[in-house]
Structure formats: C-alpha cells, structure tokens
Design a protein around this ligand. Structure first.
Ligand code: HEM
Length: 526
C-alpha cells in the first residue's frame, strides 16, 4: 500500500496536512511521467530489440534444427519411396536402396516408406545409441497389423520398467546353464529324428521341414509340451495367428487380421490350460528347484507379486506372454538354419573345415565314452564362426524400427519428435568399409576380427541394448547341435535356389536338398 511517509525525502515532517500529501502524489506522478517520457525511446528500443532477439533465437533454433535433420528425399506424395524400397527387397541385393541414398546424403538420411517419414541409419554408432535407448527416448514402432495382433501390453511393444523387468527375467532363464543343460538333450533328440526322417525322403525343402523341429524345441523351452496331438494343434493355431502379422489392418469377419485374432484367442486358451494345471501343481508343492520352462518363470514371478499391475488376471497375463514369446523365435530360427545349410552348400571349403572340427570332437567324445555337454558345442570355434557369418549375411532381422518420443540429436543428426527411425543392421553387416568382400561367405573373417562377435557394434543380428534378444545363446546352441549332427552323420546336395529378403528373408524355392547318411568315422574327413 502507498504510504506518504515513504516519500518523506520530498517534504518536511511538520507539514503533514492533506495538501502536502496531495503534493507528494503530484511529485511522484511528475517523476514517473518524466522518467517515462525520457525512458520511453530507450524502453521502446529495448523491447523491440529483445523481441527481435527472441524471434531471432527461435528462428536460429529452427534453422539449426532443420540443418540437423538428415538430408534425403521424401519421394512421391503418400507412397514416398516405398516402391524403390520394395523392389530392392525382392532383388539379390536388398541393401542397394540404402547404399544409393548413403552415397547421396550420408550414412543417416531421411525418406518416406509406406506413408511414414522415416530416418534410416546405416551408421553402427547411431544404431548403438538408438538400441541403448538411454532415457527411454525411443519406443518400438511396428506396422498396425502387428500392434493389433500383439496387443498393447505385449513384451515386444511395452517400455520402461515393465519391459526391463520381463526382459531380465526371461533373459536370465534362457541364458541359464540349467536350461541349456536340460534342453541340449531335447535338441539332440529332435535333430536326430528330423535328420533321420530327411534321409528317408527323396527331396527335402529345408525351409518348411525345419520348422517342425524348431517349433517343437521352442514350445519345449516355453512350456515343456512334448511332441504329440497337443503340439500339433498348437502349431496349427500358431501358424494361423502369425499369417496376420503382415497384412492389411482391417478387422471384420473374413479378413486376414480377424482370422488371426481369432486364432490368437484359441491359442491363448490352449496355453492357459497348461498354465492353470501348472498353477495347481505349484500351489500344492513348495518348489525351490530351478525353473524348467518359461511358464515356471512367469508363474513364480506373479505368485511372488511381480508385475503387480497385471495381478487381476495373472494366468491370462502368463498365457499372453508365452504366446508373445513364440513370435520372435518361430520365424528366425528356421531361417537361420536354412541359410546356414544354403551357405555351406555353396562353400565346400568351409564345409570341409566344419566337418573336420566336428568330427574331431565326435571322435574325442566317443573315445571318452562321454555325453556331449552344451559347452562342448559352444566351444567349437569354427562352428561358431560359421554361425556368426551366416547371421551376418542372412540378416534375418534386417533392422529395427523405433519412434522418437522427443527430439534427439545423435552424432550431429536430429531425429525430430514423432519421427520413426530405422536402425539398419543389414547396411552395417554388408558395409565394405567394415567387412572385406561382404558378399562372400567367409567364416574365417571372425578369427581376423578383433574382439568377440557378441560385443561388436558392427554385428547386431540379435539387436542390442535394452532389447537385445534374450534367445541369443539358446539360438546359437540349437544351430550348433543341428550342424554337428548334419555334418558328422550325413552328406547332402542342394538344388539351385536364391535368397529373397522381402517381406522377410526366405529361399525362393524353399531350399530343396537330398540327404544321405555317411559313416565319416571310417572314411576320409573330406
Ligand atoms: C537366430 C534366431 C534369432 C534372431 C536372429 C533373433 C533376433 C532378435 C532381435 C534382433 C531382437 C530385438 C528386437 C528389437 O530390438 O526390437 C529380438 C528380440 C527378442 N527375441 Fe530374438 N531372435 C532369435 C531367436 C529367438 C528365440 C529362439 C527366442 C525365444 C526363445 C527369442 C526371443 C526374443 C524375445 C522375447 C525378444 C524381445 C525382447 C524384448 O523386447 O525385450 N529370439 N530377437
């Protein structure tokens, strides 16, 4: 509140009557007016100037932002550069799309695919930052049909602490020596029966036939179901379900998406029966032994109060997660094995070395009268080189799509909020500045590359960072066992075939081969 005493400087204390107060007001008014008149030009200039500076800063920021957005072309309205992208996918060099733009705009560029403006990174370090995802800036971005089929709480699309928790839980189980020891016997049995049946057939299409085996092993790991009628029904429903992963996202009776969603409901029902039986057994016996399968792992977690927000329907939650975990393993494993057979069929020198290494171990084991341990398979260094080289060249998951939740700057490139980024693994795997003769199947290159393949930012067939594939070690073990039995007990001849990369990696003719048993122990190794 105004108090005349505060301006006592302008009056004597004895003149404290109304006109004096009135004068005080006048003096203040006069001073303010004078100051206002004198300061006005300066104020006007200052305000005008500072406004311009704000604008300038804003403009500067926008300019800088624009300058940082990677260069590139968004192509035609709506379709963007989709046609060129798909055409390259169907060719024998799917990476041509990226290579062409890389040479025009640099390692990170923008484009537009299927109506989505997207930044593609062919730079291993940028990919690493995207995969590490510190600060949870990126979320997975899938086509609409996939998000519809997965549901919003799927392990493949959730983020933050729940994703981390589930990832750690599943990863710890899939990497555990207990599982690997136990599953080694199951894998050996499945591979043995599969190869024996192949040798009875005049012609085998590896890509189709191997799926029975890999699915059988996957289901064993996830819920301990053995071959039989239940497994056959499960397989049928699962195949119907995944047909809709890449389809037009229209959902009404008769459409592909609708049929797949119905198959998912039936699939969850079958899995839930297994989960319910296991829950009954779990409550009747106190279990302290290590988990035998993923159902055990998830049930124990929900019973211990984990994943608290899903506690209202814990058995539905567990069943849903089991079905979701079938997706990443179902297609990738058969493709990896099929392409290993393809590359070895075309590389007799590498095959001879593989036979030699595996026969040495087989003879040693026979002499000692020992069973194989999972570590025996993983210790075969050339076999591991063959697997790494297969995964590098096969590019089964050619990259991952993410969406930026805010503006992110990586290595001087800006990924604006709301944009998608494709971290392209295939571009790095086939980059001749990183790998000499990248199109040549050369397992020996892994001896020349310093450091482990598992910690190499230029080698990411299993992704990396927060979402690194939890099935990595299990996959390598399964492929090792398959290759061991194939090359130590059988020989094969493959018919001509080609790899196609769109929409997923496949053999054009499903890789037809003829398999025959051989007794290598008593014959020459080559
Ligand atoms: C050669 C075989 C395989 C390849 C090449 C492969 C590749 C990948 C890749 C690249 C990712 C990361 C996806 C992303 O970042 O968005 C991933 C995630 C995943 N994979 Fe695999 N995978 C293989 C086998 C398996 C198997 C056998 C299983 C299960 C037993 C499995 C389970 C998973 C799961 C659950 C995730 C999601 C992890 C998460 O988002 O937290 N994968 N896989």
């Amino acid at each position: 509140m105004y108090s005349p005493a505060r301006i006592g400087l302008f009056r004597s204390p004895e003149k404290l009557y109304f006109p004096s107060d009135f004068m005080d007001y006048w003096i203040v008014f006069f001073l303010v007016l004078t100051a206002g008149i004198l300061l006005r030009p300066w104020l006007w200039f200052w305000l005008r100037n500072s406004k311009t500076k704000d604008q300038e800063n804003q403009e500067e920021k926008e300019k800088k932002k624009k300058g940082l957005i990677p260069m590139g072309s968004l192509g035609w309205p709506v379709i963007g550069e989709t046609l060129a992208f798909i055409a390259c996918g169907y060719s024998s060099r799917p990476v041509t799309f990226m290579d062409k733009r890389k040479s025009l705009y640099g390692k990170v560029f923008k484009t537009n695919i299927i109506g989505t403006p997207i930044i593609i990174s062919t730079d291993a370090e940028v990919n690493k930052v995207v995969l590490q995802n510190h600060g949870n800036t990126f979320i997975p971005a899938y086509p609409k049909s996939i998000t519809e089929l997965l549901g919003e709480n799927s392990i493949l699309s959730i983020n933050g602490p729940h994703q981390k928790r589930l990832h750690t839980l599943i990863g710890a189980f899939l990497r555990s020596p207990h599982l690997k020891e136990r599953i080694t016997r199951d894998i050996e049995a499945s591979v043995g029966l599969t190869l024996a049946s192949w040798s009875q057939l005049p012609l085998v299409h590896v890509q189709d036939e191997i799926k029975k085996m890999t699915f059988e092993i996957l289901v064993k790991v996830l819920m301990s179901i053995s071959p039989g009628e239940d497994l056959n029904i499960l397989k049928r429903e699962f195949e119907e379900f995944i047909k809709g992963l890449i389809c037009i996202p229209i959902k009404f009776p008769g459409t592909r998406l609708y049929k797949s969603l119905k198959a998912k409901e039936r699939l969850i029902k079958i899995v839930k029966k297994v989960v319910e039986e296991r829950q009954v057994a779990a409550t009747s016996e106190k279990c302290s032994s290590p988990a035998n399968d993923a159902v055990d792992v998830l049930l124990r977690d929900v019973n211990d109060g984990g994943c608290s927000e899903k506690q209202s329907q814990p058995l539905d939650f567990v069943s849903g997660k089991i079905v979701e975990m079938m997706i990443p393993g179902e297609e990738t494993m058969p493709t990896a094995i099929t392409l290993a057979v393809k590359f070895l069929s075309d590389s007799p020198v590498a095959l001879a070395k593989l036979v030699e290494e595996n026969m040495e171990m087989k003879k040693r084991k026979m002499e000692l009268g020992e069973e194989y341990n999972w570590t025996d398979y993983m210790s075969l260094s050339f076999t591991q080189n063959v697997i790494n080289e297969t995964l590098r060249m096969a590019n089964i998951i050619n990259g991952v799509w993410r969406k930026a939740l805010k503006d992110v700057e990586i290595k001087g490139y800006l990924i604006p909020k709301g944009w998608c980024v494709l971290a392209s693994f295939i571009s790095v795997h086939m980059d001749e500045d990183i790998y000499d003769n990248p199109y040549q199947f050369d397992p020996w290159r892994w001896d020349r590359i310093n450091g482990s393949a598992n910690s190499n930012v230029c080698f990411t067939p299993f992704g990396g960072g927060q979402r690194l594939c939890p099935g990595l070690e299990l996959s390598k073990l399964e492929i090792s066992i398959f290759l061991h039995q194939l090359v130590t007990r059988y020989s094969w001849t493959a018919e001509e075939d080609e790899i196609v990369s769109f929409p997923t990696v496949k053999m054009k003719r499903r890789l037809p081969i003829r398999v025959a048993p051989v007794d290598r122990a008593s014959s020459d190794l080559t």
